[in-house]
Write a protein that binds this ligand. Structure first.
Ligand SMILES: [Zn+2]
Length: 296
């Protein structure tokens, strides 16, 4: 068990110890989404909200990740860490338990965090974003891992930027620069993590609660494709889904907690990064493998 460290600062991620810019062969990492402490009891309409179920699921996932061979390069949680928004009832308690549980992740496996709507608030503003960044680190940043360039976005401003227009402009200016920089970076692959998916199945699908407004979506996907971004990993939907925009794959990972469809099971996704491309598979909590072959 280790202390919880805030690793994302100054638009960078400081959780790796070595030089991560060069490709040294295939590796894997783990994607989780929406552990969302407190959602299950809230959705069940309970008066007394606990998050014992979510904590148990987190423990199951972290124990499995800690036991994996080879060791995952990192574990990314694609947003909605907790149910209560900044300033809401039980937020502090949920945050404290999230930090306590994720501190049980093996100290050699960096924890990469992405902000979701519950983390920065439904209508984010400077104060609600600061409430997140003070506890969990920057809401957007870039990093290298094993020769691959990764970008982490704050997509809640794409849902509603009415109170964050200036912050969103900084975010989007940064993103455009970063996407442009991918072209000459020499990276083996480029990957993006963001809570809300650009789309769920088809890049030109209509706007719904779980995707991003169409015109902006298509403009950004074209830039991603042009720069060579291979995969975008998202959560927020509480079920698995995804599709392609040209060469860009959008992967939507179901929740570590509450499921949209009663028949779905909480789980995590294992991602294999190889020279020729990136593959991934979702595993229900009871069926997470401990030995992962990077040759398959
Ligand atoms: Zn969400």
């Amino acid at each position: 068990m280790t202390d919880f460290k805030i690793e994302a600062r100054d638009r960078q991620y400081h959780g790796f110890t070595g030089n991560e810019e060069s490709w040294e062969g295939p590796y894997m990492f783990v994607v989780g989404a929406d552990p969302q402490y407190g959602m299950m009891d809230t959705m069940a309409g309970k008066e007394d909200i606990s998050w014992d179920q979510e904590v148990a699921l987190t423990r199951q996932a972290i124990e499995a990740v800690n036991a994996m061979t080879p060791r995952p390069k990192f574990f990314v949680v694609c947003g909605d860490l907790v149910q209560s928004c900044p300033g809401e009832y039980l937020r502090d308690e949920q945050e404290a338990d999230f930090i306590k549980e994720f501190s049980k992740l093996d100290s050699k496996i960096p924890l990469v965090l992405v902000s979701g709507n519950h983390d920065v608030g439904r209508i984010p503003d400077a104060a609600s974003i600061a409430a997140y960044t003070e506890r969990f680190g920057d809401d957007y940043y870039g990093f290298w891992a094993g020769g691959v360039r990764f970008l982490v976005l704050n997509t809640q401003m794409y849902h509603d930027d009415s109170k964050s227009k200036e912050i969103r402009k900084q975010h989007d200016d940064w993103l455009l620069q970063e996407v442009e920089a991918i072209k000459t970076s020499g990276c083996k692959h480029a990957v993006v993590f963001q809570h809300i998916a650009w789309f769920l199945q088809e890049p030109d699908e209509e706007k719904v609660y779980f995707n991003i407004e169409k015109e902006f979506r298509l403009k950004m996907l074209e830039k991603f494709n042009d720069a060579g971004v291979k995969v975008v990993f998202s959560g927020h939907y509480h079920q698995n889904d995804g599709g392609f925009y040209k060469g860009v794959e959008q992967v939507v990972t179901s929740a570590m907690g509450w499921q949209q469809r009663a028949t779905d099971i909480p789980g995590i996704r294992i991602v294999k990064v190889k020279e020729e491309g990136i593959t991934h598979q979702y595993y229900e909590m009871d069926h997470i493998p401990t030995t992962i072959s990077l040759k398959e």
